[in-house]
Design a binder for this molecule. Structure first.
Ligand code: PQ2
Ligand code: NAD
Length: 209
């Protein structure tokens, strides 16, 4: 299957997760950075899920699945350990709703990549279902390769780019945008020297003007 990768805005959209085990916990954690309205349907939940419920991040309906649980959901996760229940969730999913099945059986509208977040910098990995283990391995490598300084680095790039776009057009704009990717800036960020990056930007803008 050739899946189509995309980054979706699901803020304030309803997401229903059927099942309350470890896989449900993984899905909830992937959803936490968004403002999606997440409901877990399951007679039991793990300790970690209970914590997210207590914190108000997730709504829990302590019961077994019925089709009406999917009303108005944009995304549906069938992540129980019971294939029959996952089949029932699939059957109840309307054609316009998007279904993910953790057991990778039947209808699969989307699968979940591994995600490394560094602020606005989002790296995702998938093997299209071939090897979730390899996906996890590569994710771990990316976590090491792209350290937490990328949060500030990409935030700086966003602000710097906005300033450049406000002031310059044509070749000057192109040149400055290319210079922004100078590895020296990344190195300064890694060394915690954000002010050097800002000084560099002020100077370059001044020089070109
Ligand atoms: C990325 C990640 C995100 C997430 O789960 O949200 C994710 N799996 C993760 C880990 C992981 N999953 C499994 C192992 C054990 C090793 C192994 O089995 O190889 C490990 C490794 C570990 O945990 O270390 C077992 C497993 N996974 C699936 C099946 C069913 C099947 O394939 O038949 C089984 C067998 C269950 C059984 O034994 O019954 C299916 C899927 N898992 C996917 C995603 C989708 C395709 C991803 C891709 O394209 O690579 C897909 C198709 C559907 C989906 O769930 O969306 C998360 C990364 C962790 C992280 O982020 O740190
Ligand atoms: N995608 C992945 O990364 C991945 C990894 C491991 C396993 N899996 C698949 O996901 C399934 C779930 O794994 P898990 O480790 O979370 O299992 P688990 O046993 O920890 O949790 C299963 C959950 O389903 C709930 N449940 C059972 N019947 C239900 C019903 N009728 N209505 C609502 N909830 C119900 C249980 O109460 C429990 O909370 C596995 O069976 C396997 O097929 C996927």
């Amino acid at each position: 299957m050739n899946y189509f990768p995309l980054l979706m805005n699901i803020d304030y959209k309803k997401v229903v997760i059927v099942g309350g085990g470890h896989v449900a916990r993984q899905k909830v954690e992937a959803l936490l950075p968004t403002k999606a309205l997440v409901t877990v349907i399951s007679p039991t939940v793990t300790e970690k899920l209970q914590h997210y419920i207590n914190e108000g991040f997730v709504t829990w309906k302590e019961k077994t699945f019925v089709p009406a649980d999917l009303d108005d959901a944009l995304l549906v996760f069938a992540v129980t350990n019971d294939e029959e229940v996952n089949n029932a969730v699939e059957e109840a999913t309307q054609h316009w709703q998007l279904l993910s099945r953790a057991d990778a059986k039947g209808r699969v509208d989307f699968i979940n990549p591994a995600v490394v977040r560094r602020g606005d910098f989002v790296l995702t990995v998938s093997t299209s279902g071939a090897s979730p283990g390899l996906t996890r391995q590569v994710k771990t490598e990316l976590e090491e390769q792209f350290g937490v300084h990328y949060v500030q680095y990409v935030s700086f790039l966003r602000e710097a780019r906005q300033r450049i776009l406000q002031v310059f057009t044509g070749d000057a704009k192109k040149q400055l945008l290319a210079e922004l990717l100078n590895p020296q800036l990344l190195q300064w960020m890694e060394q915690g020297e954000k002010q050097k990056c800002e000084a560099w930007l002020r100077q370059r803008i001044g020089e070109i003007r």
